[in-house]
Design a protein around this ligand. Sequence first.
Ligand code: ARG
Length: 264
Amino acid sequence: MKKVVLLLTLMSLLALTACGGKSTSTSGSASGEEFVVGTDAAYAPFEYLKDGKIVGFDVDLLKAVMKEAKLDYKLKNTGWEPLFASLRDEQVQAGISAITINDKRKQSYDFSAPYFESINKILTKQGSNIKSVDDLKGKKVSVQNGTTGQEALEKKFGKDNASVKKYESNVLAIQALLNGEVDAVVADNTVVDEYAKNNPDKKLVVVNDKTNFESEYYGIALPKGSKDKATVDKALKKVIEDGTYTKIYKKWFKVEPNLDALKK
Ligand code: ARG
């Protein structure tokens, strides 16, 4: 009996030292140590789950960029807001999630060069009288919490507008429209266009409003001051220039990308 206890104590001690050794080792990603990339895999066609796997345009692009950068990486489905917290705590070394580069975010995170142009759009039911952002006044609108869609609505209607309903994921924001809890959803054009197209039975329409919504650009997010930014930028540039980006783009969107739009 005593022997068993002694053995167990010894084993747990060994386990403890093993952990201690790992956590004190210096972190460094370019040197072959684990490079974790966070995402919110609920934003088709950019990142979503299919048969338990994370797939999408961003996923393919990331793979090409990481290969070019010679970074051994792991993609982790963190969710949207936890992704930003993980970037701040450096629990992840990068984030790819259709993330719009903007001045506010640039204060807390670094970004790669832009890789995709986007704009917010309104998703609503067919027959709805919502034809522009102005028509959303007094209506219930859902957004994914902490997105540029939320920001655009708050800018237009004021921050304390109770009719803007925030959801943890865009899937839930769309669900709210389908359930009749809200009159419209505001999210990125490619996402709402795809959703309306792929779900004709839901009888939805997409409303474009270029006066109230502005053009945005996605970037790969990195912790502020990340030493990996130059590596990621160089690899992304190569992937865009050597035709890999175009191949991935055509696979997902069936049309040629406008590479000039990324050069600004
Ligand atoms: N582009 C928008 C933003 O950066 C929405 C992105 C949401 N991405 C996601 N994977 N849910 O705010």
